[in-house]
Design a protein around this ligand. Structure first.
Ligand code: PRX
Length: 662
């Protein structure tokens, strides 16, 4: 069978690709005129998108309002997110319609012995209505916070949507984070109710999540904990339910009514909080609003992934991250798409699992992280070869810069040289993608993210705030009007909001903390973080967060954690630790520190390597110079040591690390 080619090669630049005629014709946007038109009046552009894409209960009075560093979109407009993701589709996709019961979620459990679940829009609507009534019954009201701590199971999405139906604010926490870490977030947002589950499958093992959730359930604010039975009572561990506090999801759902009216909220009302790592040890609760966020989620999903009625979309991100929120929940559901979610690990039972799933469900648009592709590349092309991936039409990546070899491997062996590969740059803070090529427009250039999304204004500035010239590296920023999905604050911490995003270049320029350069007049290459934030297997982790966890160990005086490049994971954390007087470094001490990190944060933060040292490089004011350690690990030039309080430490550290100047 001849397969449709969705891309063609550039005639002169062999590594650059463009959409084929078929792709252009099929795509929602096939002409770059959209960029010019949007730039003429970005506010009107977004206003039209918000009107066309979403259903509003009340129209807005003002499109955009700005009081730097704050801004608002669609002021006075009212809408409900669950209505936009569910109810309105039923008119087209419900019982009465020929495409009634379109599948919303295809859930693949990790054990192959279990059957996949398919939930239609109608089925999902019913469950969300019921669960919103459950939440209401246990006291959740508009504006209340609900902590959600669940793996990739449909109930995680049901819980999120049920919150939005009531106008409650959810805070989803990655299920591989420890209970202590979850509690920190629950304490910060004062969640009234937690929704969790007994556990989940990970690499063939049952993980007891409830045990971790119990740590957070001890938070002062928590009144009730709803527990989903993922294992349907067949768990291999003993489960403890606290009387009066812990309630079974299935029991509550059995009694709940399906009659639920969505509560409309003003567009700028917080929709959810998502905690993310910054440069301090304390994670920040990023606030996303309702109308602006959903507008960006809706249109980036449609334009980037070009989802038509017959498409099956699979974004592999976990629901605990922003990618999971926007592209495994709100984006695809608001456009009425069918999507796949998978509970487990990509190597169970072997490295062919993802391709087997893609084949089984005829996935047409596939979105994942470079770290995953690097792993697949290492495992070899024989795995995807076993499966029929001919339904694939568009590939995407997110989370970190993608190197040339990985890009090519993904393009060649997964896309079979036929599919546009879009490298999407964005952040937890931006809510949706902001820099990438569009599949019907292109170009698709390895290692280049692409163009700022229509209607957004990006720039790359030097240290003094001047735009850089082509080829020079600077800092990626956004100018007003700010993308509608951009964060609206940091929970209970306006100072942090201002200091982190609106201080570098003043209160009218959003600072991303990413380095970037112009590849050409329109396209941007993102080089990565310029602050003390690492991307470990695509997960965002701050040096300070890991250091805090290490320093809380009773044997430790001080520590510094820096990233080291890693072939598969992108970066890995390396720790330099000063032990208390009299404590000797030993494998036991090391193991106990690692245990502490896993307990405080979770396995993603496990140091790849630990150096026990007598001191750390410090400035005269006592600040640890992580920069020195970072350079040492990659044998790079170290810079001037004379500004250090303890310059003699440099030679000592060089020996410890085995530094060899390149
Ligand atoms: O450094 C950038 C990198 O990931 C950071 C944001 O991480 P997080 O908030 O966890 O969100 C990840 C998913 C949206 C950015 O500051 N990053 C993300 N996408 C890319 C990227 N770096 C280069 N290229 C990308 N496509």
């Amino acid at each position: 069978m001849v397969q449709t080619k969705w891309v063609v090669r550039d005639k002169s630049k062999k590594s650059v690709y463009w959409p084929s005629q078929e792709m252009k014709e099929r795509a929602f946007v096939g002409s770059d005129k959209i960029y010019k038109d949007a730039a003429k009046n970005p506010k009107a552009f977004w206003a039209n998108l918000a009107k066309d894409g979403l259903s509003w209960d009340r129209p807005w009075k003002t499109v955009y309002e700005s009081k730097p560093p704050y801004f608002k979109w669609f002021v006075g407009g009212q809408l409900n997110v669950s209505y936009n993701c569910l109810d309105r589709h039923l008119e087209q996709r419900g019982d009465q319609d020929p495409i009634s019961n379109k599948v919303a979620i295809i859930w693949e459990p990790e054990p192959e012995s279990e059957r996949a679940r398919k939930i239609t829009y109608m089925g999902l609507y019913r469950k969300v209505c019921k669960f919103s009534n459950v939440l209401k019954k246990i006291g959740v009201r508009k504006g209340d916070r609900v902590g959600i701590y669940m793996p990739m199971i449909p109930e995680a999405l049901i819980a999120m949507l049920a919150c939005t139906r009531l106008g409650a604010i959810h805070s989803v926490v990655f299920s591989a984070f420890s209970g202590i870490n979850f509690k920190k977030r629950v304490d910060d947002c004062e969640a009234k109710v937690l929704v969790t589950c007994d556990g989940y499958w990970r690499r063939g093992k049952q993980i007891n999540l409830k045990k971790q959730a119990d740590i957070a359930a001890n938070a002062k604010s928590v009144k009730k904990v709803v527990v989903v039975q993922r294992f349907e009572g067949k768990n291999e561990f003993k489960l403890k339910m606290k009387k009066g506090r812990d309630l079974w999801y299935h029991e509550l759902m059995e009694k709940a009514s399906e009659d639920s009216k969505p509560v409309p909220v003003e567009s700028n009302t917080p929709l959810f909080l998502l905690y993310t790592s910054g440069t301090t040890g304390k994670p920040k609760g990023i606030i996303h609003d309702t109308g602006g966020y959903l507008t960006q989620a809706y249109w980036t999903t449609l334009f980037n992934f070009d989802l038509h009625e017959d498409d099956v979309f699979w974004c592999t991100a976990d629901i605990g991250w922003i990618t999971g929120h926007t592209y495994s929940c709100y984006g695809p559901l608001s456009v009425g798409a069918t999507m796949v979610i998978y509970e487990g690990s990509p190597d169970v039972p072997d490295w062919g699992r993802l391709w087997k799933i893609a084949d089984k469900f005829d996935v047409s648009v596939f979105y994942t992280a470079p770290t995953a592709i690097r792993m697949f590349k290492k495992m070899g092309k024989k795995w995807p070869k076993h499966f029929d991936l001919s339904t694939l039409r568009i590939l995407g990546t997110v989370g970190e810069p993608i190197d040339l070899e990985t890009w090519n491997w993904y393009f060649d062996y997964i896309g079979n040289k036929r599919c546009p590969l879009i490298d999407t740059w964005w952040q937890t803070e931006t809510g949706g993608t902001l820099v990438n090529a569009l599949p019907g427009i292109g170009p698709f250039i390895p290692t280049v993210a692409g163009r700022p999304f229509p209607g957004t204004v990006a720039d790359i500035l030097d240290d003094r705030g001047k735009p850089v010239k082509k080829g020079e590296t600077g800092y990626l920023v956004f100018r007003p009007p700010f993308p509608p999905g951009l964060l609206r604050g940091v929970w209970k911490n306006p100072k942090k909001y201002k200091d982190t995003y609106w201080s570098e270049y003043g209160i009218k320029t959003y600072y991303t903390s990413d380095g970037a350069k112009w590849y050409d007049k329109h396209n941007i290459r993102v080089t990565g973080r310029v602050d003390d934030v690492m991307k470990v297997a695509g997960h965002r982790l701050s040096s300070a967060e890991v250091e805090d966890a290490i320093t809380s160990h009773f044997h430790v005086i001080v520590s510094a954690v820096v990233p080291k490049p890693d072939e598969i994971r992108g970066q890995v954390p390396v720790a330099f630790i000063v032990l208390k007087l009299g404590v000797k470094p030993s494998p036991e001490v090391e193991a106990s520190i690692v245990k502490q990190v896993r307990k405080e944060i979770g396995p993603t933060a496990t140091p790849h390597q630990i150096f026990f040292v007598k001191d750390l490089p410090k400035t005269r004011s006592g600040k640890i110079m992580r920069r020195f350690l970072r350079s040492m690990l990659v044998n790079k030039k170290l810079g001037d040591a004379s500004t250090l309080q303890n310059p003699e430490i440099v030679d000592y550290l060089k020996k410890v690390v085995g530094y060899k100047r390149k």
